[in-house]
Design a binder for this molecule. Structure first.
Ligand code: ADP
Ligand code: MG
Length: 584
């Protein structure tokens, strides 16, 4: 039998589409403030938005009637006919956000119009508006959203760690900040300022205020005008590229969007200038006829659809390439055309001796070697029990005489039934993973002291991620202190990470990435250990000498699960003698 859902349930379902997490509330409320013509907006957060999200603006405010009506689904002041849909330039226009937010939280609205009367206070919740009274408030609007998802336990459970939720909020905040330099924008979390951005003349100044002089200085301008699209904005120098995302922004007609495809267009010209897996910073603003872009695929999705994405791809890529060229960021030789160079030269951002021009260099880093650190635990060094731990019933000869290292990538060991092949990087991942995992449990980190305390500059966002997880940070073996003023002082890092000056910043990067990994849900310890192990294993890739290779093999087989890397790839395989015979 068919049933029409009762309105409260229908509302809850609809709410789920608009409000997925605290950050979506921040987004909707901030966008409403922008649409209301505010010049100053303050966002105040408690408990990563779980208990309170408060957004205050000095915009146009609402009349008493509108203040009540705005909680109705499809109540909007921004659109009246179908023709408006094509040209809409404001952020919201579905009239759904406030109804959806009220369905899953307790909302208090205070508002007063510029020319208006006394001002109004409205309280709304799942059942709708529950009280309306006069309230002498300053001109503008204040929304307070409390106890988000109190009535939807499933959603509440679905929320990630505080650090992740807060990071999402910061991202939403920054997306508005990066399109509205003329607005004063403030983000407060737990009573402390995360950002307090003054109004400025242009985007570049805003970027500087958000990310600091170091990032802003390295930016170069992009400016392309075509009949299809105009692209303006800034891209980072190759040496500023980082392993972790966070400073990549696309906007179209003043609205943030993400596009893996256009990301490729931007990254392509950097290909030979930055190391694998690094991303340049970019802040790119596309202006396009609103009829040529559909921003409204889904209310909470940040994807957009372009009339002709292929053309935009080409234009963007050309624009980025041109800017890089103009600023001498391109390599002096086209390596592609110099046939037979075995390895693509990689620019090492840590190598300060050769900042520019980007001369070709051999593809290796003077790598850290995990196997010569004295802090290597004894228990791992000597123990080798392949019988119980390895599914192939074979053990490499312990003297290691016949071990061969191939291309720094594989270790070959003759065994009874053939040749054992070990994937060096995955083996390292496994070894580090097990150690980190244990350390987190034992609360006994092995810290390598840095040579000198090293100051690392961080964005406010990153500082926040570290402070909010300070306990885990310490458990992992990071000794980081003196948060504040946008920098931290690093006294120690876990074994496996580099301790020299250039290495430390990279380690902190890896740490933040691990802490803020979106995919971690339940098993935080596991996911942090995996991330860190992967970073540590990738930190350096020096050709292993014989002893080091032997040590690596020993350590691998001392692991609980030597066969697989922590993310489930094979570390080891055996090529049987029969298979070898067949080859020849
Ligand atoms: P939409 O933004 O799609 O119109 P919302 O549910 O977000 O829908 O908001 C409904 C209406 O409430 C808006 O159209 C606007 O008229 C009014 N409104 C919401 N927030 C504010 C604000 N901060 N200042 C003034 N008016 C607001
Ligand atoms: Mg809205």
């Amino acid at each position: 039998m068919l049933k029409v859902l009762p309105p409260e349930i229908a509302n809850l379902i609809a709410a789920g589409e608009v409000v997925g997490r605290p950050a979506s509330v921040v987004k909707e409320l901030m966008e409403n403030s922008v649409d209301a013509g505010a010049t100053a907006v303050t966002v105040s957060i408690s408990d990563s938005g779980r208990t309170l999200i408060k957004v205050s603006d000095n915009g146009c405010g609402m009349s008493r009637d509108d203040a009540v009506l705005c909680f109705e689904r499809h109540a909007t002041s921004k659109i009246s006919g179908a023709s408006d849909l094509e040209r809409i330039m404001t952020y919201g226009f579905r009239g759904e956000a406030l109804a959806s937010i009220a369905a899953v939280s307790a909302v208090t609205l205070r508002t007063r119009r510029k020319d208006g009367d006394v001002g109004t206070k409205v309280e709304a919740e799942q059942s709708g508006v529950i009280s309306v009274e006069g309230d002498p408030i300053a001109e503008g609007t204040v929304f307070e959203v409390r106890n988000l998802f109190y009535n939807v336990p499933a959603r509440r459970k679905f929320l990630k760690s505080d650090a992740v939720e807060m990071r999402n909020i910061v991202q939403e905040f920054l997306r508005v900040a990066l399109t509205r330099p003329e607005m004063a924008l403030r983000l407060i979390s737990g009573g402390k300022d995360v950002y307090n951005l003054r109004p400025v003349q242009n985007i570049k100044q805003r970027i500087r205020d958000i990310y600091g002089m170091n990032v802003a200085r390295e930016l170069v301008e992009v400016n392309v005008n075509t009949t299809i699209v105009n692209v303006s904005g800034f891209i980072g120098s190759p040496e500023g590229a980082r392993k972790r995302s966070g400073t990549q922004f696309f906007f179209v007609n003043g609205r943030y969007f993400r596009s893996p495809m256009l990301n490729k267009a931007v990254c392509k010209p950097y290909e030979k200038l930055i190391s694998d897996g690094s991303l340049p910073a970019y802040f790119l603003y596309l202006t396009i006829n609103p009829e040529e872009v559909d921003v409204n695929i889904h209310p909470t999705k940040t994807e957009v659809k372009f009339g002709d994405e292929g053309v935009i791809f080409e234009i963007l890529m050309a624009g980025v390439r041109e800017s890089l060229g103009k600023n001498d960021f391109t390599p002096s030789i086209e390596f592609d055309s110099v046939g037979n160079i075995p390895q693509i030269p990689v620019f090492h951002k840590n190598d300060t001796t050769s900042r520019s021009p980007y001369v070709p260099k051999p593809d290796y880093t003077p790598l850290f070697n995990p196997f010569d650190t004295p802090s290597y635990p004894e228990s791992v060094r000597g123990s080798f029990h392949p019988e119980e731990k390895f599914l192939f019933e074979e053990a490499p000869a312990e003297d290691g005489r016949d071990i061969l290292v191939a291309h720094g990538k594989y270790i070959l060991v003759p065994v009874k039934s053939g040749i054992m092949l070990i994937h060096v990087e995955r083996a390292r991942q496994r070894i580090f993973y097990e150690r980190y995992y244990e350390k987190i449990a034992e609360q006994q980190p092995i810290v390598q002291r840095t040579l000198f305390p090293q100051t690392v500059k961080l964005s406010a966002e990153d500082c926040l991620a570290l402070t909010e997880r300070s306990e885990t940070v310490a458990q992992l073996g990071f000794d980081i202190r003196d948060f504040g003023g946008g920098s931290v002082v690093v006294y120690g890092v876990p074994e496996g990470f580099e301790i020299d000056e250039s290495g430390v910043a990279g380690s902190i990067d890896a740490l933040i990435a691990a802490l803020c990994d979106e995919t971690q849900i339940d098993d935080y310890r596991h996911s942090v250990a995996v991330k860190l192990a992967e970073s540590a294993a990738a930190t350096g890739r020096k050709a292993l000498n014989h002893t080091e290779a032997q040590l690596l093999v020993d350590s691998l087989f001392a692991c609980r699960e030597p066969n697989l890397s922590p993310s489930g790839h094979r570390c080891v395989t055996i090529i049987s003698t029969e298979d070898l015979d067949k080859l020849l």
